[in-house]
Design a protein around this ligand. Structure first.
Ligand code: F0G
Length: 351
């Protein structure tokens, strides 16, 4: 069957009617990958799967929510949408906005987003404003503008965003043929963990799965407001996508963790980079650094002895590594340069 995007695939779970113009790039249906090599490297008694959201049309999970947010904005007659972003939301808003033919305004923290994400917003002709401040400051401005002017906010405080994003939990269950025991994911503005929990809970109520996974959210140690229980004024982390000090869905994320008997925890930048390199080297999967916080979380919890034999563990890899090639190059072995000569090449190859 031809895949027509998350709204058509999961229409009965979405707030759409026959009147809703569906703006889609056929997002969703992303690879769900059994990772034996990675699991061998971490703990060969668990069944580890990765949900590779970098395979969405704009290279991140944001597309699932954006198809809903933009479709509903167009249905309501919006001419313009606005968001604050660490990069992926703005890339997605710009793409879906272009497809819908509406104006897109994006506010990003100057110098703190990966260049691939900036390129996406620019090529889709969004109006890009760099703010001399962080994501949290940009979001405060965006919220205020959206309440004063007829511009629709498409950050995850827009309820349609989370509704679209919950489709990822449906897909995990459909692809796995049931629910996992644990679901690990990075936490930034805390929308995604909230959306997954909504998705799992709805599937459970419908009788599609027999129990609920524990939700395991991981913040970067320098940007871990939920873990510390206070706003972080100046969040710092190499994982710029989750460099957030005052998450919009804070309470809902805590609820997801508590209700599921999971947790919100943190990993250091070193642990994030180690996981980022490990999954690329052992499984051939190139995710962005922030995404690897989920795998770093599995490594950390495994050391603490969390898992039992046979546990099914899913990690969401939220974005594609190609968004930030500078990061990959900085943390990899440099290529050697030789003369255009077979003997010289063979010498390097060790033959
Ligand atoms: N991973 C990536 C790659 C992200 O871009 C984000 C958030 C997250 C994880 C965290 O998800 O916010 O739902 O907890 N990026 C937002 C943005 C903030 O503007 O692109 P969350």
């Amino acid at each position: 069957m031809h895949w027509r995007g998350v709204i058509e695939q999961y229409r009965e779970y979405m707030s759409v009617t026959d009147q809703t113009p569906v703006i889609t790039l056929n997002e969703g249906n992303t690879p769900f990958i059994a990772c034996r090599n990675l699991s061998k490297a971490i703990n060969n008694k668990i069944r580890l799967y990765l949900k590779f959201e970098g395979a969405n049309p704009t290279g991140s999970f944001k597309d699932r929510g954006m198809t809903m947010a933009i479709s509903k904005a167009v249905e309501a007659g919006a001419e313009a949408v606005i968001c604050a972003s660490t990069g992926n939301t703005s890339a997605s808003a710009a793409a879906y906005g272009a497809r819908a033919g509406i104006k897109v305004f994006v506010l990003i923290p100057e110098g703190k987003i990966a260049v691939g994400k900036l390129a996406q917003a620019m090529i889709h002709k969004a109006n890009v404003i760099q703010v001399e401040g962080n994501f949290d400051e940009a979001l405060t401005i965006v919220k205020s503008i959206a309440s004063d002017y007829p511009i629709t906010i498409v950050n995850s405080i827009n309820p349609y965003r989370l509704e679209g994003q919950k489709s990822a939990a449906f897909e995990v269950c459909d692809q796995l043929g049931g629910n996992p025991d644990y679901h690990f994911l990075p936490v930034g503005n805390a929308g995604n963990i909230t959306a997954y929990w909504m998705g799992y809970s709805e599937y459970y109520k419908k009788g599609k799965i027999s129990s609920l996974p524990k939700m395991m959210g991981f913040q970067a140690a320098g940007a871990a407001p939920i873990v510390y229980g206070r706003v972080i004024e100046n969040p710092t982390t190499i994982a710029t996508a989750i460099r957030i000090g005052n998450p919009a869905s804070w309470k809902m994320a805590v609820n997801a963790a508590t209700e599921s008997r999971g947790e919100i925890n943190m990993v250091t930048d070193e642990e994030i980079i180690e996981a980022y390199k490990l999954v690329a080297a052992t499984e051939g999967i190139f995710c962005e650094a922030a995404s690897a916080a989920s795998i770093a979380g599995v490594i950390k919890k495994n050391k603490e002895g969390l898992f039992n034999e046979g546990d099914t563990v899913v990690c969401t890899l939220t974005g594609h590594g190609l968004k930030d090639t500078e990061m990959a190059i900085n943390f990899s072995k440099r290529p050697v340069t030789v003369k255009a000569d077979k003997t010289e090449v063979l010498k390097v190859l060790g033959y």
